[in-house]
Design a protein around this ligand. Structure first.
Ligand code: ZN
Length: 342
């Protein structure tokens, strides 16, 4: 039985089966193409739903099985982006290089991006559903621009497209729409001055629950090295949480366990639901349910119990699949244990 308190979910992606895509990679190559790939994506989405339910999660996602990468999956339906011309770019303030496509003309959505996965998700679970989209600022930080000329203008152009897709997802019956904005933790001033406004444009007119996920990145080598350079206390959230607390976004997903984020920064999110990262995605050790419950208990000092949503620190896409599954079970078991203690 799922607990009434502490509803659990993943922050975003889950590993893909080996028959769908290369494993343990951030930009994996698909193992098929055309109709065979479309069928494989559907099958993997159904499996992912089943595995999240079996682990005991309360809020179910599509596991991002249909997108190669959390940003570029959305971009594939955007006209104005030249995917034939990828350039090498240092992203997240030059933390690591990526091969990124180029914005070469006016942006326009050619149709629905995630209707297939969203409708599959809604049709195959009776639990609450969450769907993730990349945030405008993070999109802008993950491609090259030769048309709009400045990041803010480009971000607002993307916010319009995201809004179109988000309205479609809401119509498909999705309960929570989450925007992933790891770039907020890198460009804190821009995040507070226009990043949150771009999110407002992306959620315009939505009546479903809205969320933003802000983390310190996937558990890949470049991110682990970067985190080691951030010092004893990671205070990036301190600069952006006040703007989010004042925003119209309902939920904030943050990194917590094994991070150097001072837990009291969560108190800056007063009035918001807080998705607290209680599962580390940067190592393969499976948390015990007692550890998960202890992280929840620590967060309860700063987040009211009705507003605490245990979550993973970030997506689990690059992890071994069996490790990810065991971590999901630990997440659900730890939340249940925490319920018995309050
Ligand atoms: Zn993340």
């Amino acid at each position: 039985m799922s607990p009434t308190l502490f509803p659990t979910s993943v922050a975003g992606s889950l590993p893909k089966p080996a028959w769908l895509a290369e494993t343990q990679k951030l930009w994996p190559a698909w193992q098929a193409s055309g109709p065979a790939l479309a069928a494989a994506k559907r099958d993997a989405t159904l499996l992912s739903i089943k595995e999240q339910e079996d682990a005991g999660l309360d809020i179910i996602t599509d596991g991002e099985q249909s997108r190669q990468h959390f940003v570029h999956g959305f971009l594939e339906q955007v006209e104005g982006i030249d995917f034939t011309r990828k350039v090498k770019m240092g992203i997240r303030n030059n933390r690591y290089d990526a091969m990124v496509p180029v914005v070469a003309g006016k942006l326009r959505l050619t149709g629905r991006v995630h209707a297939t996965e969203a409708r599959l998700l809604r049709a195959h679970t009776t639990r609450r559903t969450k769907f993730t989209l990349p945030g405008p600022m993070t999109i802008v930080d993950t491609l090259a621009d030769e048309y709009y000329g400045d990041r803010k203008t480009l971000a607002f152009a993307f916010a319009d497209l995201l809004n179109q897709e988000a309205r479609g997802l809401q119509q498909d019956g999705i309960d929570i729409i989450q925007f992933d904005e790891p770039a907020f933790n890198v460009y804190m001033e821009d995040a507070a001055t226009w990043g949150v406004e771009a999110l407002h444009q992306a959620i315009d007119g939505l009546t479903c629950t809205t969320a933003v996920h802000i983390c310190y990145g996937y558990g890949i080598e470049a991110n682990i090295t970067w985190k080691q350079s951030l010092g004893e206390q990671w205070r990036q959230y301190e600069q952006i949480f006040p703007a989010l607390a004042a925003s119209r976004i309902n939920q904030v997903s943050l990194e917590c366990v094994n991070s150097h984020v001072p837990p009291n920064l969560m108190a800056l999110l007063e009035g918001k639901d807080v998705m607290v990262g209680v599962i580390d995605v940067a190592n393969n050790r499976i948390e015990t349910k007692e550890e998960v419950a202890a992280t929840i208990a620590a967060a309860l000092q700063f987040v009211p119990k009705e507003r605490l949503f245990p979550c993973t620190n970030c997506g689990l896409a690059p992890m071994p699949r069996e490790i990810a599954q065991a971590k999901l079970q630990a997440l659900a078991a730890g939340a249940r244990l925490a319920c018995t203690a309050v």
